[in-house]
Design a binder for this molecule. Structure first.
Ligand code: 0X9
Ligand code: ZN
Length: 779
């Protein structure tokens, strides 16, 4: 038993000692004020040991201290809880104190954390194994029973084999001015595909974890006060059950289609652009779409549920596998009107997910990010109902992607949970603000950059007269607002001012609802574009010789030397160049034949580009110089693996010396592009050259190399006369003074390449004249 301060005083008074002066009252600074909305905290409180030798000392100490921790209180040693000020007061009585607990709050926090950890471990126990359909249904009931004021369950209808399709919904209780019935809803659903066992687990984990955290986690509680969350873990209960009882890798529902052929792919059965690409009319196929959109009771039930719940604003359909975030559309590569909004949320969900266990989920539209798929749920939800909807492909198992080890259930749930929470955060925003199109990488120095702000009403209607772009140029000063007007419903075009060459225009957008709520995009930080002049001095597209040289002294290949033209497709080389099957490229042996025909044999073959300059026009300074090319390397690499190689190098002295950029030893037979910032590999000069060497040691293995579409893109600005501040630190000081001229003359005198203002690779009188001109301009 621990005695409180009050009971100590009572004991003393009961003993009749100094009874009249003891009231049990405590000084107000000796207690932490209790607030109705927060737990009492003891930050900075210590426990000290102090020995009292008289009743007076005992009473004095008990009156000063916050609390006395001893069981038996009397003359002798006491452990008392004090603030630093109380400790000083006790010491000022001449008593000696000894520190026992440096910070009481730390002890309490540590205990709370340990309890939470243990509770989480216990409550997450359900997620350590995969669960049957019956267990899911029982878990729904349990979550509702444990949280009667927050959650309720529902059934949207029955499957084709008459199993109920169940879910639960939850939100914080009604609040004044904020009834549940006014809150936007977010819908998390899984289990369209039976064998993807991780996806129902992730879906119900969202409910479990939000309910679990509601009492203690203000972030979750805040979201539950502003949104309703609807969770439906298994849309295809028959298939799920069948994957447990009979066929582990079953995907579709359990409709008997013809004869002994079962199953419609529910995720091809949604009636928006139903029947298109990536769905099948053949009943035995895994992507069989059914006889019509919504021919299946499962999809029809969810359709009716969605229509009956118009507060649903956002939705995720969980699948496995592949770690992908898939936005509309699946039926077409055409981007939806909210493409920019989807891009923004895609990226934010991906970042959030990755923050948990460093797993990257690649975001993008379904059609291009995974494959064409017509009749998928998010196309109907978005296309027909205007609900922002995603498909998320979760983690893959090591050998069979659908069989994810049970140890990964909880980590996968944890990361998907954070992505889901990011979507709940978007769901409660009054408005949705985004840019219609991706920003260009570079801005012009003269004309502004057009952007199109899009504002979509979500919880509140937008105030069309209160959309503002805040921008600033070149990093100086504060952001100045410009009110922009709509060119159509929710579309606000604007032109960002051009920054001076080499500088940034930074900006963000703020929109208001008619109720006065402000929404900012991006939600934190700013967007920016940098301006520069652009030139593409190199464009070797393989359609002409462009000064390329085939063969070098020392080449030893006996077959398959480099050629230029349209290559014939084999297993180890694609037909044609990087721009298409009818385009030319440089390749080792254009001809096809068998795989091991017309490839490199017996040694090396070299291909050299002509000499080109990587320097900008005279008087200009490069800000970015990107070298980009497509390449491919097909190899069987059997007997002499490691010796069959494709090496790509670059020279800045016309080919006297070489710097390797990359080497291939493994099979990469299709075209892919490499982009690199040239200055990070080699100093750019006027004497650049590229070299491509393919080697097959022996004749037994296949070696096929190719290169195509080489470009160099330079972004540059005028070179300033501000070269130094004269102090020799090498840092320009932002002004053009006589010190700069003197500094330049020094560089010029020593013939340093920094004095090459004409970009001809040498230091001559022309450079001095150009510098003087720039200096004279005060640029
Ligand atoms: O093909 C599908 O339905 C999904 N891939 S899966 O391997 N899980 O079957 C991708 C379709 C994209 N749409 C959604 N994920 N909703
Ligand atoms: Zn799936």
């Amino acid at each position: 038993m621990i005695f409180s301060k009050r009971s100590v005083a009572f004991l003393i008074s009961a003993a009749g000692v100094l009874a009249s002066s003891v009231t049990g009252q405590v000084r107000s600074d000796a207690v932490v004020q209790e607030r109705a909305d927060a737990r009492i905290r003891y930050d900075g409180h210590q426990v000290i040991r102090v020995t009292v030798t008289t009743q007076q000392e005992l009473l004095a100490v008990s009156r000063i201290a916050t609390d006395i921790w001893n069981c038996r209180i009397g003359i002798g040693p006491l452990d008392v809880q004090v603030t630093p000020a109380q400790r000083a007061a006790i010491e000022s009585m001449g008593l000696i104190t000894e520190l026992v607990v440096p910070d009481v709050q730390v002890l309490i926090d540590r205990e709370a954390a340990a309890i939470a950890q243990a509770r989480l471990a216990r409550d997450n126990a359900w997620f350590t194994t995969y669960k049957t359909l019956a267990e899911f249904n029982a878990f729904i009931d349990q979550l509702v029973a444990d949280n009667p004021s927050l959650a309720s369950s529902f059934t949207i209808g029955d499957s084709i084999q008459s199993r109920p399709i169940r879910g639960l919904r939850f939100s914080a209780p009604d609040m004044p001015g904020n009834p549940r019935s006014s809150r936007p809803a977010v819908f998390f659903q899984g289990g369209q595909h039976a064998r993807e066992w991780i996806n129902p687990a992730v879906t119900i984990y969202i409910a479990h974890n939000m309910l679990e955290r509601y009492p203690t986690d203000s972030r979750i509680r805040g979201l539950m006060e502003r949104a309703e969350i609807i969770v439906l873990p298994i849309l295809n209960p028959d298939g799920y059950e069948f994957s447990w009882t009979t066929t582990r890798l079953w995907r579709k529902n359990r409709r008997l289609v013809t004869g002994t052929t079962y199953g419609v792919d529910l995720n091809r059965n949604w009636d928006y652009q139903w029947g298109g690409q990536g769905s099948s009319g053949t009943p035995s196929d895994e992507t069989y779409r059914g006889t019509a959109g919504f021919s299946e009771p499962e999809t029809a039930a969810m359709r009716d549920f969605v229509i009956a719940n118009p507060r649903i604003r956002t939705h995720i359909d969980f699948h496995s596998y592949g770690q992908l975030i898939l936005s509309p559309f699946g039926y077409t590569a055409m981007l939806p009107p909210d493409g920019g909004l989807f891009d923004a949320i895609n990226g934010e969900m991906s970042v959030r997910i990755q923050s948990v266990h460093n797993r990257y989920y690649r975001p993008g539209p379904t059609y291009t990010n995974i494959y064409p798929a017509a009749g998928v749920v998010q196309d109907w939800l978005y296309g027909a109902r205007g609900i922002l909807s995603w498909g998320i492909e979760l983690r893959a198992g090591p050998s069979n992607g659908f069989i994810l080890p049970q140890e990964e259930i909880i980590p996968n749930c944890e990361e998907a949970f954070e992505g889901a929470i990011r979507l709940v955060e978007w769901t409660v925003q009054p408005l949705w603000v985004s840019l219609a199109n991706p920003l260009p990488l570079w801005a012009s120095t003269t004309s502004g950059t057009p952007i199109e702000v899009r504002v979509r009403d979500n919880v509140e209607p937008q105030d069309a007269a209160a959309v503002r772009v805040f921008s600033r140029v070149a990093g100086f000063g504060s952001f100045t607002p410009t009110t922009i007007s709509a060119s159509g419903q929710g579309v606000y075009p604007h032109v960002l001012p051009p920054p001076p060459c080499g500088n940034l225009t930074e900006f963000y957008i703020e929109a208001a609802s008619t109720a006065g709520s402000l929404v900012r995009f991006p939600s934190s930080g700013v967007l920016s574009i940098r301006s520069a002049e652009t030139v593409v001095p190199v464009n070797f597209d393989g359609e002409s010789n462009a000064g390329f040289v085939i063969g070098q002294p020392g080449d030893t290949a006996t077959a398959g030397v480099w050629q230029r033209g349209i290559s014939v497709g084999t297993n180890y080389q694609p037909a044609g160049g990087a721009t298409g099957s009818t385009s030319s490229s440089w390749a080792t042996g254009l001809a096809g034949g068998g795989s091991n025909a017309n490839d490199v044999d017996g040694g090396s073959t070299s291909l050299l580009s002509g000499v080109f300059s990587a320097l900008p026009p005279e008087g200009m300074k490069t800000i970015s110089g990107v070298l980009r090319y497509a390449r491919r390397f097909g190899t069987t690499g059997t007997a002499l693996t490691g010796l069959d190689t494709y090496v790509i190098s670059i020279s800045n002295d016309g080919g006297s010396t070489w710097q390797q950029i990359e080497m291939f030893q493994t099979n990469n037979p299709s075209w892919s592009f490499r982009s690199l910032e040239l200055a990070q590999i080699i100093r750019p000069t006027t004497q650049m050259r590229m070299r491509f060497v393919a080697t097959d040691v022996g004749v037994d293995s296949v070696t096929e190399a190719g290169v195509d579409d080489i470009t160099l893109t330079l972004r540059y600005c005028r070179r300033s006369a501000d070269v130094d501040d004269g102090s020799g630190t090498g840092v320009p000081d932002g002004g053009v003074t006589i010190e700069d001229l003197l500094y330049f003359l020094g560089m010029f005198d020593r013939g340093e390449i920094e004095a090459d203002y004409t970009n001809d690779d040498g230091v001559t009188i022309e450079d001095l004249l150009l510098y003087l001109q720039t200096f004279d301009d005060g640029y």
